[in-house]
Design a protein around this ligand. Structure first.
Ligand SMILES: *Cc1c(COP(=O)(O)O)cnc(C)c1O
Ligand SMILES: [Zn+2]
Length: 387
């Protein structure tokens, strides 16, 4: 295994690998996994990937699990990067792609984070896991915990999409519905976890979900034959996927797989919950909690993200931007993408389309650029949004 240590993303303080950690013990910010990438690159080569399984564990040298027997998998990752020719043509574009994450186990990209988080929990001897969730993280945790023979304790807002609540119950999780937002659910986990002996797998409050999500970056690079796109448009809640991809690009550069050129990273949020857009526009390093957060795109209903500064740093370093779209726009976009490409996208994924249109109109994206939008989940889990 190639992990050397964990490092605080804010203060740089070093934490020992092979121990259970939540946040930095010095400053309370997220920890990131660091690897001996020279060593990883000896066996993980572009050539070697051609022989490997079609799941995210193909990048195992840059993933944290030591013993293969601890990997808890349902076949996640290596989802299609669909060339959206018909949708692109309607926008006058020549190279638009959809990374279709609805094809993951539990029908969302939360599977990527949970396969690594639950595998590491298993490796480090944890038996009971807890998570606050807007929906899909809960479904993924329930599934991977069941697969690992662990308990899952899940806290969701009571207006979470029904499909998410039912899937958790049917995969054996302990589900508590809270009259509040995901931040209230997080507070409830924090209040009870010590007495109950739960390990908190809230996004970025443990170091391994972001490692699974970073494989999005490796996959996009590999699927585009190691030439990164010009623009990445990402529906941002906690920002784990965006932060993960940004980390993956640095790792790939250190392994001499790519050069220093980066995509412009674009955050999309719903107008009813857009803390990152607001902070980006206000030139702030951290985002303030967004009051009265409301959107039907439940994965975007994150009024306060602990990784806010990492999202904002990546947007700025990449010369990207942050855009908000209304619920009306993103619901209309679901049908537009579905009818053009045959993918019934989640409302979060749909939000990328009106954002792209705005960027084309303002000239911030050119029609001949290579653009990847992320469909992070499956529309079929959000039937309430379409009624
Ligand atoms: C969780 C979620 C998001 C937001 O992902 P982050 O990495 O936390 O920003 C977007 N879309 C869907 C469908 C989600 O479940
Ligand atoms: Zn720190």
């Amino acid at each position: 295994m190639n992990v050397t240590h964990l490092e605080c993303a804010a203060c740089g303080s070093r934490h020992e690998a092979r121990r259970l950690h939540n946040l930095c013990r010095e400053c309370g910010k997220p920890l990131l996994v660091r690897y001996d990438l020279g060593r990883a690159a000896r066996s993980l080569t572009k050539e070697s990937l051609k022989e490997r399984a079609a799941d995210l564990w193909r990048y195992r040298e840059v993933l944290p699990v030591e013993e293969a027997a601890n990997v808890v998998s349902l076949g996640e990752g290596w989802t299609p990067l669909v060339r959206a020719s018909r949708l692109g043509a309607r926008l006058g574009m020549t190279a638009l792609y959809v990374k279709d994450e609805s094809q993951n186990p539990t029908q969302s990209f939360k599977a990527r984070g949970m396969t690594t988080a639950v595998s590491m929990a298993k490796e480090l001897g944890v038996k009971k896991l807890a998570v606050p969730s807007a929906g899909n993280a809960a479904g993924a945790l329930a599934a991977y915990a069941a697969r690992a023979g662990m308990e899952a304790h899940i806290f969701m807002p009571k207006d979470t999409p029904r499909a998410n609540i039912i899937e958790c119950e049917q995969t054996g999780a302990h589900v508590t519905l809270i009259d509040g937002l995901i931040t209230d659910c997080g507070a409830e986990v924090a209040r009870r976890k010590e007495a109950e002996g739960w390990f908190d797998v809230s996004t970025l409050k443990e170091p391994y979900r972001v490692e699974g999500k970073k494989t999005l970056g490796y996959e996009v690079a590999e699927q585009l034959d190691w030439e990164l796109p010009d623009v990445i448009i990402y529906p941002t809640g906690g920002g784990t996927g965006l932060i993960g991809m940004w980390k993956a690009f640095d790792e790939m550069e250190q392994m001499s797989w790519i050069d220093s050129k980066r995509p412009r990273m674009v955050t999309v949020q719903a107008a009813g919950c857009a803390p990152i857009v607001r902070a980006f526009e206000g030139n702030q390093r951290f985002a303030e909690e967004f009051p009265n957060a409301a959107t039907t795109a439940s994965g975007l209903r994150v009024p306060k993200a602990i990784g806010d500064f990492l999202i904002l740093d990546a947007l700025r370093a990449s010369h990207g931007t942050a855009v908000s779209v209304t619920d009306e726009e993103l619901i209309a976009a679901t049908r537009e993408i579905g009818a053009a490409e045959g993918i019934f996208v989640a409302p979060e994924g749909a939000a990328c389309l009106p954002a792209l249109k705005k960027l084309l109109a303002s000239g911030e994206v050119n029609a001949d650029e290579r653009v990847v939008i992320f469909n992070t989940g499956a529309g079929v889990k959000y039937l309430e949004s379409f009624s």
